[in-house]
Design a protein around this ligand. Sequence first.
Ligand SMILES: Cc1cc2nc3c(=O)[nH]c(=O)nc-3n(C[C@H](O)[C@H](O)[C@H](O)COP(=O)(O)O)c2cc1C
Length: 213
Amino acid sequence: MPIRPDLPLEPEFGAPLDPIHPSPDTLNLLALRRSTPVAALAEPGPAAADLDAMLRLAMRVPDHRKLEPWRILIIEGEARNKLGDIFAAARKLRDPDVSDEKLAGEMTLPLRAPVILAVISSPNHHDPKKTPVWEQQLSAGALCQNLLVAANAMGWAAVWITEDPAYDGHVHAALAMTGHEQVAGFIYIGTAKEKPVERQRPTITAKATRWTG
Ligand SMILES: Cc1cc2nc3c(=O)[nH]c(=O)nc-3n(C[C@H](O)[C@H](O)[C@H](O)COP(=O)(O)O)c2cc1C
């Protein structure tokens, strides 16, 4: 059952904060966390107050030089149909011979979950200190992951996907994205119809080596 978390008040600027937060619940979540395949998502989804909390938590993300190089579009309700129309129009432009059946499928993509958060990477190219764009994009990725974790902790199932629409110029224009912006992810959020199963995971030995100079 989804919970409305009793979040601490947002700390004031400059307030001292604990450097550590020992939390078995957090370790448990990280040890067992799994995305829910988008096909297994369904109603209900988070209401406005849950989304506010989720976004507040997710935006507490590392961000070199505090450029806030991202923004989020909340897409829910009827707006999902409008997004579906845009996805279908984009598909038709990419592939003029696409079948009506495939176009209809494209229209229903945003209807797979009650809420979609489109995380837009919005790097600042005018930063006088020239913070690398790559670092700014990493911050957008961290925000996506924070959203997954916050959503799960609040009792919602979620998945981070992109699919073709994330890379389509027609979709970018319809979302009023500027030239430097990219879709970091569409975070689909709802309730799991079925439990996800564990996927293959890398081993530490394959991925981490001790660098000794
Ligand atoms: C940037 C990014 C884009 C992704 N796009 C897709 C996608 O378009 N379609 C898809 O099936 N999975 C996509 N995935 C993978 C899903 O998020 C996948 O279900 C997830 O990585 C499963 O791992 P987890 O259970 O550890 O979260 C994407 C992942 C990332 C990080």
